[in-house]
Write a protein that binds this ligand. Structure first.
Ligand SMILES: Cc1cc2nc3c(=O)[nH]c(=O)nc-3n(C[C@H](O)[C@H](O)[C@H](O)COP(=O)(O)OP(=O)(O)OC[C@H]3O[C@@H](n4cnc5c(N)ncnc54)[C@H](O)[C@@H]3O)c2cc1C
Length: 503
């Protein structure tokens, strides 16, 4: 059963076996796995419950409903980088692009060496991935659902001899509606909203939406529960206080809010790593004009990838956006911008993320929010500049007439001859327009409590009955989209929590 804030008519007081904070990739999986094992589970979600039937496919309207701060969350630093977050039942999976990857073995080897995570190897993860992949129906994007943008990318990659393929996606009867990032109006994308959350509820779990957790209660080193505020679903104003007592507490509020909640509760400060080690996979996108009419927004927005540079930490993926949001990726003002927008049905684009070694930090603010700071280091800046050049080459190889760069001082390349201008350019970090979609690392896991926030089994060091299960636990960049790995880790943690609770 889902209870929303408007159905609450006084202070709430609950007692449950397991309390899960957050209903995204981490929280929803834990809730379902434990409910299936017969545990009494309550999920608390700050955002609202927006069922699929209400999804309008209108990007700006849906951003207001499903994203935190209407999608305007960003890092402070040079450059400031937008890092949008979901805030609704299903968390960021409700608004993500549906791309699925397993973590590359080279990343796991590094975790083992640097963070004492020897148990987390390919063999240990394989059955966990298999279970998740079956449950969210991971498959290759069917060719019929791909957009003309994918064909353009494939043509360019083929001409250059680069490895390319359709992406794996969590989908059921996808028709390529083109608005994955604004709530799939067909319920085809198997986000937590339509997969693990219904599974949890069917096994007796309860979910309270519009419930913002503000503090964790811990006494004598044992987690006892949480306290917070029920919000009005329309206005977000506080309505009533609530408190929940639980035998096991699972923090799955995501990379920005899990560390904030721990810090506000005076917990996990011992290592001084709480809130630090923020990684985000900084990404950039190049657009281009082609002669033929492509209407690239018809079809899956992120259905194709180029893996040629994946081993050096550059993963190229489609990320097409409909006109009302895509307009900000095109340069110029006034009639020049308008002229480009009038030809948006001839626009294609391609994006790439970089596996970052730069670090940022989440800071708790007095109002209980999290603010991200992030500073690009030289290696990542150089990787991004290289990425920009590669993307521009690919666009011309695919037949682009003009290529538009997310770079101050060089908005456009008018022909392939201009690639040499880009090769010679030395943009500074503040010259690049970046975005990022995969915050992680602020409660990192590790064997050494002096260097990590949670142990290799995701238990908060020094606190009994408290787990962190979300993207915040990754001790480095994953170098691929993270949702599948978060869900695999959550599957493993669920078994541990069940065992810890005993018979
Ligand atoms: C536009 C976009 C596209 C993306 N595309 C992909 C993709 O294709 N593939 C992929 O693998 N990844 C993708 N991602 C990233 C992926 O969705 C996230 O990494 C993943 O959902 C993170 O899971 P999580 O459990 O850590 O947090 P989330 O899924 O963000 O869930 C955290 C939940 O906790 C809630 N919460 C926070 N604070 C509180 C509180 N105090 N009290 C109660 N609840 C709280 C939040 O409202 C939220 O619902 C994308 C992200 C974005 C923004």
């Amino acid at each position: 059963m889902i209870l929303t804030g408007d159905a609450v008519h006084g202070p709430l007081r609950e007692e449950v076996e397991v309390c899960v904070v957050g209903s995204g990739a981490g929280g929803a999986v834990v809730a379902a796995e434990l409910a299936e094992r017969g545990r009494e589970v309550l999920v608390l979600e700050e955002g609202g419950h927006h069922p699929t039937e209400g999804f309008s496919a209108r990007p700006l309207e849906m951003m207001g409903r499903l994203y935190r701060d209407r999608g305007m969350t960003c890092t402070l630093g040079t450059p400031g980088i937008p890092v949008p977050l979901g805030r609704c039942v299903g968390g960021t999976t409700t608004v993500n692009s549906g791309t699925c990857f397993r973590v590359p073995p080279r990343v796991l080897s590094k975790w083992s060496k640097d963070h004492g995570l020897a148990d987390l190897d390919e063999a240990a993860l394989a059955p966990l991935y298999e279970r998740v992949e079956a449950r969210i129906e991971v498959r290759s994007a069917p060719v019929a659902t791909l957009s003309a943008n994918a064909s353009f990318v494939a043509r360019g990659a083929e001409a250059l001899g680069w490895r390319h393929r359709p992406l794996l996606r969590n989908i059921h009867e996808c028709r390529g509606t083109g608005v994955c990032a604004f709530g799939c109006p067909r319920g085809a994308k198997q986000s937590m909203l339509v997969s693990y959350i219904p599974r949890a509820l069917a096994h007796g779990a309860r979910l309270h939406a519009n419930c913002r957790v503000e503090r964790l209660r811990v006494e004598a080193g044992r987690a006892l529960g949480v306290e917070g505020t029920v919000l009005d679903p329309e206005t977000d104003r506080p309505r009533f206080p609530f408190s929940v007592r639980a035998r096991a507490l699972v923090l799955s509020a995501g990379t920005v809010h899990s560390p904030v909640l721990l810090a506000r509760s005076g917990l996990a400060g011992g290592s001084r790593e709480l809130g630090r080690n923020l990684r985000i996979h900084p990404a950039l996108k190049v657009s281009a004009l082609v002669a033929e009419r492509v209407t690239a927004w018809a079809g899956v927005p992120q259905g194709y990838c180029v893996e040629e540079f994946a081993d050096e930490g550059i993963l190229m993926e489609e990320a097409f956006t409909p006109p009302e949001v895509g307009c900000i990726a095109l340069p110029y003002l006034g009639h020049r911008h308008r002229a480009l927008m009038e030809r948006y049905d001839h626009v294609v684009n391609f994006a790439a993320l970089v596996s970052d070694s730069s670090t940022g930090r989440v800071w708790p603010t007095p109002g209980g929010r999290g603010v991200m700071t992030y500073r690009l280091n030289r290696a990542d800046h150089e990787a991004l500049v290289r990425t920009l050049r590669l993307l521009a080459r690919l666009c011309f190889a695919g037949g682009a007439e003009r290529v538009f760069l997310p770079m101050l001082g060089m908005p456009e390349l008018a022909s392939p001859d201009d690639l040499s201008r880009l090769e010679a350019a030395r943009p500074r970090p503040g010259d690049l327009e970046l975005a990022a979609f995969h915050p992680m690392g602020t409660c990192r896991m590790g064997a050494d409590p002096r260097r990590s926030v949670v142990d290799p089994r995701l238990r908060v060091h020094g606190v009994r009955g408290l787990w962190v299960v979300d993207a915040s636990v990754f001790p480095s960049s994953l170098s691929v989209n993270p949702q599948l790995t978060i869900m695999a880790m959550a599957t493993r943690a669920s078994g541990d929590i069940h065992e810890a609770l005993g018979g």
